[in-house]
Design a protein around this ligand. Structure first.
Ligand code: NHR
Ligand code: GAR
Length: 222
């Protein structure tokens, strides 16, 4: 095996449909993305994405938060499960539970999330409705490194999506999701190739500090 054949071991955390996970898995299987998905783990046993992943031959697990008396106990059990796969990158892909700083510190600088807004606008939930309510003309999605502060970690890449006159939260979410399927694989690829890193809280690309997130508009880098 040569150096370039090396695949980055990853674990993906999901809660729902898992379309971002599925896109990453497809690109792995066609050889376009140098990762090895060691497991897909959900906090919901009924997540559709678990069925998709096992149908693609990927190991799946779930861990029910209700089985734990405290949040911190769930987070510790999840951290243990994730660690057992020895991932070099943890990928949050529609994972709907806030993780405590104990969890985050275990995977410092090697955990990414995709969030459906142009951060720092609209951290948290219901981002599409909030963008509509604010009358924004442009909305989008961001890939960021995960830090203990919710959706507050350094942003790597963003996709901008125009808001249309008759958009509902659902129609807007659908177009944003299409763009997520472009930017998440790109960020994961840069990380897997060793070109993208978080060092002392700053994003580095090709040995240069990134002073603004990479930008994609309608699938094109301007
Ligand atoms: N954890 C940390 N420490 N930092 C981040 O940036 C995180 C995180 C965990 C998840 C994803 C995030 C998103 O992209 C994410 C980023 C869940 C909630 C939330 O409020 C908010 C943001 C995100 C994920 N969850 C509720 C909770 O009490 C539960 C909501 C539900 O179950 O429907 O955890 O949007
Ligand atoms: C995506 O839009 C993702 O950005 C968002 O949920 C969707 C998951 O879709 N994430 C969050 O809202 C995290 N709180 P998917 O399951 O089909 O990838």
């Amino acid at each position: 095996m040569t150096v370039t054949d090396r695949k980055l071991p990853v674990v993906i955390l999901i809660s729902g449909t898992g379309s971002n996970m599925c896109r990453l898995a497809e690109l792995m299987q066609t050889g376009e993305l140098p990762i090895e998905i060691r497991a897909v783990i959900s906090d919901r046993a009924d997540a559709k994405g678990l069925v998709t992943a096992s149908g693609m031959g990927i190991k799946t697990e779930s861990l029910n938060p209700k089985a734990f008396a405290q949040r911190s106990e769930f987070d510790a059990a999840l951290a243990k499960k994730v660690s057992s796969y020895e991932p070099e990158l943890v990928i949050l892909a529609g994972f709907m539970r806030i993780l405590d700083s104990q969890f985050v510190s275990r995977f410092t600088d090697r955990m990414l999330n995709i969030h459906p807004s142009l951060l720092p606008r609209y951290p948290g939930l219901h981002t599409h409705q909030r963008a509509l309510d604010a009358g924004d003309e442009v909305h989008g999605a961001s890939v960021h490194f995960v830090t203990p502060e919710l959706d507050g970690g350094p942003v790597v890449i963003q996709a901008r999506v125009p808001v249309l006159k008759d958009d509902s939260a659902e129609s807007l979410a659908e177009r944003v999701l299409q763009q997520e399927h472009h930017i998440y694989p790109l960020a994961v690829q840069l990380f897997a190739e060793g070109r993208l890193r978080l060092r002392s809280g700053k994003v580095w690309l090709d040995d240069r500090e990134l002073n603004a997130p990479l930008q994609v508009m309608n699938g094109k880098t301007p």
